[in-house]
Write a new protein. Sequence first.
Length: 271
Amino acid sequence: MKDIMTAPFVEEMKKTAANMYRLGWDERNGGNISYMLDENEVAQYLDTSRVLRTIPTGFDASALTGRIFIVTGTGKYFKNVKDDPETNLGIIRIAKDGTTAELLWGYKDGGKFTSELPAHLMSHIARLKADPLNRVVMHSHPTNTLAMNYVVELDEKKFTHALWEMCTECIVVFPDGVGVLPWMLCGTNEIGEATAEKMLQYRLVIWALHGIYGAGRTMDEAFGLIETVEKAAQIYMLTAHLPRLNTIKDEDMKTLAEAFGVEYRKDFLDL
């Protein structure tokens, strides 16, 4: 059996967590990542019949029974994932009862998965309905995206349009727009349910005055979506107090979307 520390999915988690911390998206123990894994690939590195312990998930995730995820731990700092993945990460499988996670590896200090796991699993369920190839859900607190929450109306059309205007690539990268939730108490099933409802339409969901959720088929896709929003938000915040002499016009955005062959939210233009 291969060394789990050399597994590509462990390496991806290490590199992504380090990048998110480096960029200031995940201060302290802020933020979390869940990555659905292929059982056959996991079996090359772990005896999947050996369950270290079981942990309640906090809700009924029967739709994901048997699915395996690598998930960041609760209270863990992203900056420490690279040097000690076995403490800061865990590989879990959703048990047959749907309400229990079977720990296959990790959380070696007795810890467990992020408190936002219910929100992640609900989002995975929703995204799999929208895109059967979705594998990653990522939550972070990007500085400029968060700052934008305070100066732009928390309306999906207006928030998305403001971002699309900032960078030529935006409407191409996230043509489905950005979902927006009002401020809600984090770590609850209520915010998880609301996020999942948005995830049926969007790969990006703003948690007002808190952060953002991104989903994708790969780690790069989920990371890149948030990265692009954060770049656009940075440009917005750098220019918000200045007279705007130029902007990307709606007709330009339509031309872009059509040139790149992406299906965009037409109702998010011509506001």
